[in-house]
Design a protein around this ligand. Structure first.
Ligand code: ADP
Ligand code: ZN
Length: 212
């Protein structure tokens, strides 16, 4: 299964892509994670990306398209993949089409803006890619990742002013992708629920019902 996962920042893409990845045994590729890892490692890519990310803007299309090309060509993606956070603009979607990659579904997790703003303040992440929420999806031990035991932290771009900018960016540049994929008959919309497991169930039901 070749899947695109969409949704506003904080809609739960990262959390749900982990669940899908486990259930279907396909890798999740998160451009956000890749960029944050590059920032942490201090690479040229990281330095370029940081200014955009900290400002709530999208990293230039050419940069993320280059990253995705490399990942999709790798062996581990040959039996399917989940793209978490890519494409995020029409030019990125067109570039993906140009690669000739067949997409089975574009799943959008729908969450209202005011809910997003409330959620982001409680988000905690780990450098291994795991994501938690102090109230809705806490790690077993506060501040410690269940998966790898490392310390969890608040993402720099989860500051309230940046969240507002990221939401504006989402509505202007990413939301038009819903119409793009609806036209191709690939769009599946799922209403994000308060409970992570409830959203997961809706997603699994939707994915079970598409024949791939
Ligand atoms: P969220 O979906 O919660 O905003 P992500 O981890 O997916 O978080 O992305 C964090 C930031 O990384 C984005 O706000 C953006 O600046 C950058 N980014 C991630 N994916 C892309 C992409 N496909 N195109 C451009 N910028 C991206
Ligand atoms: Zn971890």
């Amino acid at each position: 299964m070749n899947l695109i996962l969409m949704g506003a920042p904080g809609a739960g893409k990262g959390t749900q892509s982990e669940k899908i990845s486990e259930r279907w045994s396909i890798p999740a590729i998160s451009t956000g994670e890749i960029l944050r890892a590059a920032i942490k490692a201090g690479t040229a890519l990281g330095q370029e990306a940081k200014t955009y990310i900290d400002d709530g803007k999208l990293v230039p299309d050419a940069t993320v398209i280059g990253i995705i090309k490399e990942y999709l060509a790798s062996d581990k993606c040959q039996n399917g993949f989940i793209l978490d956070g890519f494409p995020r603009s029409i030019p990125q979607a067109e570039a993906l089409d140009a690669l000739g990659v067949k997409i089975d579904a574009a799943l959008s997790i729908e969450v209202a803006d005011d809910t997003i703003v409330k959620r982001m303040s409680g988000r905690r992440v780990c450098s291994c890619g795991a994501s938690y929420h102090v109230q809705f999806n806490p790690s077993k031990v506060e501040g410690v990742c269940d998966k790898c035991g490392a310390e969890t932290y608040v993402r720099a771009d989860d500051a309230p002013e940046t969240v507002t900018k990221r939401l504006a960016t989402y509505h202007a540049q990413t939301e038009p992708l819903k119409a793009y994929y609806a036209e191709k008959g690939l769009l599946i919309e799922v209403q994000g629920q308060q409970e992570v497991s409830d959203t997961t169930r809706l997603i699994f039901d939707a994915l079970d019902s598409i024949s791939v």
